[in-house]
Design a protein around this ligand. Structure first.
Ligand code: ARG
Length: 409
């Protein structure tokens, strides 16, 4: 295991954090997710600094090989970071300096602050995860389409207010959510365009006087463009909130599908049966088959809404510029991304393996008056009758009712 002791950034302070405060203050746990993104960001920054004549070639070579060694240590599971480090940024910089010395290692962070650095890392991570999420949305849509294709002729009741409304097909139902999820996909891709912007070069808040080239790091890191304003780049989190917001809308769709299928799995409906591999039973009632994975998806929708609220609340009172509050925006964002991705995968499995009881759906249709509107519309079309008919109270009154009178005060 590789271990280091921190405090790279405390030279003006006489004392260390005590252990409890160090554990309270550090972000190393949530930073593990951006470990390699941090290395990527630093490599791009330092290559640019070399091209701009700020870092000599020899030093650059040392820095890059140290960073690649650290990447190797990370991938082999050898990295262990304790609360003595404020964050992953401090750990990696300290580790590079340990490997190659302060002469070359001390150049690594020139013209950069942790405030623009952390935004590069999180944006790089979130952009990848948005693409992963997008792929899973498309997998889910594909599962819906396949199922719909097999149920074009499967007639079923369509409900409003939980009551028999009209007659449709199971394909009609499934396609409603294929359409909704395709809009979620568009929202995700739109959001991606705002996430994939380069904040690097913004320094702590007001930029840097070092001769950097923001266009070059934009190119090296594959960003679509710059976050132009340095205050915005270091303290804006709207793009993270937008990711959570798109996620929340998406989850609302999964949750409604879950609600439908849970209801339709009851003995009373019996329209569908969730496959065994997505069901659970009871500790004492062996007759039970619970659609509990669907219940979890519906429940976890609350978790994602919660993450969105947490993010919104976390930023609302923070003045412009970086404040440590913003460190707290990472955990809800990670939670949100993880939950959405897992729910999409599980839901795709549930839909692909769902047993559909066409017979039960048809029985419900046959014993129903849900054809009423079609019959009425048939009369309108064939006999030219008006659709509307007066209610009994109006007929008793011999026509129009009196308009309500204002009450005297
Ligand atoms: N760990 C911090 C975060 O996650 C790093 C950013 C800057 N820290 C600082 N003291 N300026 O937000």
């Amino acid at each position: 295991m590789v271990s280091l002791t921190g405090s790279l950034f405390r030279s003006r302070l006489d004392k260390r954090f005590d252990d409890r405060t160090a554990r309270f203050h550090t972000s190393v746990v949530e930073d593990l997710r951006i470990f390699e993104d941090d290395i990527d960001g630093t490599e791009a920054h330092d290559i640019m600094l070399h091209e701009q004549g700020v870092i000599p070639l020899e030093a650059l070579k040392l820095i890059l090989s140290a960073l690649e060694e650290i990447r190797g240590e990370w991938r082999r599971g050898e990295v262990e970071i304790g609360a003595e480090f404020e964050d992953i940024h401090e750990y990696i910089e300290a580790r590079v300096i340990k490997k190659i010395g302060i002469e070359a290692g001390g150049m690594l962070h020139t013209g950069r602050s942790r405030n623009d650095q952390v935004m590069v890392d999180v944006r790089l991570r979130v952009r990848d995860e948005i693409l992963e999420m997008g792929e899973r949305v498309l997998d889910f849509v594909e599962a819906l389409l396949e199922k719909a294709d097999r149920h074009r002729e499967t007639v079923m009741i369509l409900y409003t207010h939980g009551q028999h409304a009209q007659i449709g097909t199971f394909a009609h139902y499934l396609m409603a959510y294929a359409d909704a999820l395709l809009r979620d996909f568009q929202r995700l891709m739109d959001c991606y365009g705002r996430v994939n912007r380069n904040p690097l070069g913004s320094g702590p808040v007001g930029g840097t006087s070092i001769n950097i080239d923001r266009g070059r790091t934009t190119e090296l890191l594959g960003f679509d463009g710059l976050v132009e304003n340095s205050i915005d780049a270091t303290s804006g989190r709207d793009w993270a909130i937008e990711t959570a917001s798109v996620s929340a809308i998406l989850m609302s769709h999964l949750s409604r599908v879950a609600a439908d299928l849970i209801e339709w799995s009851t003995a009373e409906f019996g329209y569908v049966e969730v496959a065994d591999e997505y069901s659970s039973s009871s500790s004492i009632m062996p007759q039970k088959k619970n659609p509990s994975t669907l219940e979890l998806i519906r429940g976890k929708t609350g978790e994602v809404y919660g993450a969105l609220m947490e993010l919104l609340t976390m930023v609302k009172g923070v003045p412009s510029g970086y404040y440590q509050d913003l460190q707290g925006t990472k955990p809800p964002l990670w939670r949100c991304l993880d939950t959405v991705k897992t729910c999409l995968e599980v839901m795709t499995g549930i839909i692909s393996t769902l047993k559909v009881r066409e017979g039960r759906m048809r029985e419900a249709v046959e014993g129903s008056l849900a054809i009423a509107l079609d019959v009425a519309e048939g009369l309108v079309a064939e006999k030219g009758l008006p659709l509307a008919r007066r209610g009994p109270r109006e007929e008793d009154a011999g026509g129009g009712r009196e308009p309500p009178r204002p009450q005297a005060g």
